[in-house]
Structures are given as structure tokens and as C-alpha cells.
Design a binder for this molecule. Structure first.
Ligand code: ATP
Length: 244
């Protein structure tokens, strides 16, 4: 068991001046879903990008702290190396290739996999998302927002990661679809044994599938606990679940 990922005292600066993460610490136990919650601008996406190595492309830099993956530091590695180690990020806003078909998009996720395993993984993705199978030859750009999100998650499954980073999978989706996507996230976690770090503004949906969660404000973790503890916490209910 143990933690697949351990982040300690992480500090991130954009453009050499803007301090966005101010000593963030969290851990992702193996095989579990951990949620990272918080308001707009708290630094959730920045945290994921620091882990996946995508910060540099945005002039961001880790200036302090440690990111340990399977007990080895990974900060400073290029994104491709991080993917090859087994970490895959689904970016916010469903960054799929609009001019490629659904099937081509899915294949892109498998660039680190042996050829012989691709067909099997594709079949699995189609089992999770029958709608993607129906639309496999359609250009991804013509699909609905929900289908594009499925395609983005499907592409991540094709990479067969050990740690899956999901950035706001519910963003812009109708409530019924949110439920469907979260059910599938739970299934993927259980069937594939993949460890998941889930960033969400929809705290209720995230806490319905996560075992534990961290709440961020202004670049730091201000509260953490099991999903059950947080769902029963009056402050969380008031500020994050709209029950005040
Ligand atoms: P959201 O839900 O809006 O994505 P978030 O919690 O994920 O919120 P981040 O996207 O990590 O927050 O942003 C945290 C802070 O960092 C914000 O104040 C944002 O303006 C700033 N920021 C994000 N990306 C950059 C960038 N490329 N350059 C400069 N500042 C940035």
C-alpha cells in the first residue's frame, strides 16, 4: 500500500513573480480517489500541472518543496518522462484534438504503450463509454461537451496510468452527465486499480466518489479528512456544499 504520490511544502511561482502555491502538502494513497477542492483561483490546476510537469509551458516554476512519486522525486522531469513513469493528466476544458476522429484521439493516449496492447485498451474504453464506440469515426470537434469529456477520459485510460490526474471533469456538463461521468470515474478506479487525484469545484460530486479530500484556499491546504468527515463538517457544508 502506501502513497503513490506525496507532495510536501510545494511552492510555485508564475513569471518569476506571482507566488501561487505557498507550501502545499498532500498525499494520494495507492488505489484510492483523492479529491482536491477549493474555489476558483485557489491553485488546484497549478498543483496538477506541477505534478505532471506542464507548468513550465506556462512560465511556472516549482521554487520549493518536493514531489515524490513512488518514493522518488519527479520535479524537473519533462512531461513525456512523467507520462512514461505512469502519470497522466486530463486537462481542464477537454483538450481533445478536434480535427481527429474519436478513435484517433484515443490512440494518441497510447503513445507509450506496446502496439499489441492497444486494441484491448480500446475495447475497454468502448465498454466504459458505449457512446464513443458509436461515434468512433466521427471528428471529435463535432461531439457534445459531455462526449468530448468522455473522449478525454478515454484517452487517459489508453495510457494505462498508475496515477490519473483529473482536472474538473464536471465543468460545463449537465447534472445527469456529471453523475454519469463520476460513476465511470469510480468504476475506472475500481476495475483498473488506478490511483486518482481529482480536482473539482463541484465538491458534492467529488466527495461522492473520493475516499478523502483536501480543501485549498489561496495556495494552501486549509482542511483535509475523509469524504465522510468533510461531508459532515458544518463549514464545508456552508461554504462548499451550499447548505448554509
Ligand atoms: P480554476 O478552477 O479557476 O482553474 P484553480 O484553483 O485551478 O482555479 P489555478 O488555475 O491553479 O487555480 O490558478 C491559481 C492562480 O494562479 C490564479 O490566481 C491564476 O490567476 C494564477 N495563474 C494560473 N495560471 C497562470 C499563468 N500561466 N500565469 C500567471 N498566473 C497564473
Amino acid at each position: 500500500m502506501g502513497d503513490v504520490l506525496k507532495v510536501e511544502n510545494l511552492e510555485v511561482v508564475y513569471n518569476d513573480v506571482v507566488l501561487v502555491l505557498k507550501g502545499l502538502s498532500l498525499a494520494c494513497p495507492r488505489g484510492r480517489i483523492t479529491a482536491l477542492l477549493g474555489a476558483n483561483g485557489a491553485g488546484k490546476s497549478t498543483t496538477l500541472k506541477a505534478i505532471s510537469g506542464l507548468l513550465e509551458a506556462e512560465d511556472g516554476e516549482v521554487t520549493d518543496g518536493v514531489i515524490q512519486y513512488n518514493d522518488e522525486p519527479i520535479q524537473g522531469l519533462i512531461p513525456e518522462k512523467i507520462v512514461r513513469r505512469g502519470i497522466f493528466q486530463v486537462m481542464e476544458g477537454r483538450r481533445i484534438f478536434e480535427d481527429l476522429t474519436v478513435e484517433e484521439n484515443l490512440k494518441c493516449g497510447a503513445f507509450t504503450r506496446p502496439r499489441s496492447e492497444i486494441a484491448g485498451s480500446m475495447a475497454k474504453v468502448y465498454e466504459y463509454f458505449p457512446r464513443l464506440k458509436e461515434r468512433s469515426r466521427q471528428l471529435a470537434g463535432y461531439m457534445s461537451g459531455g462526449e468530448q469529456q468522455m473522449c478525454a477520459i478515454g484517452r487517459a485510460i489508453m495510457a494505462k496510468p498508475e496515477l490519473l490526474l483529473l482536472d474538473e471533469p464536471s465543468l460545463g456538463l449537465a447534472p445527469l452527465l456529471v453523475e454519469e461521468i463520476f460513476e465511470i470515474i469510480k468504476r475506472i478506479n475500481q476495475d483498473e486499480g488506478v490511483t486518482i487525484l481529482l480536482v473539482e469545484q463541484n465538491a458534492r460530486a467529488a466527495l461522492s466518489v473520493a475516499e478523502q479530500a483536501y480543501i485549498m484556499e489561496n495556495g494552501r491546504v486549509v482542511m483535509d479528512g475523509t469524504a465522510k468527515e468533510l461531508l459532515n463538517n458544518p463549514d464545508v457544508q456552508e461554504f462548499y456544499l451550499g447548505m448554509g
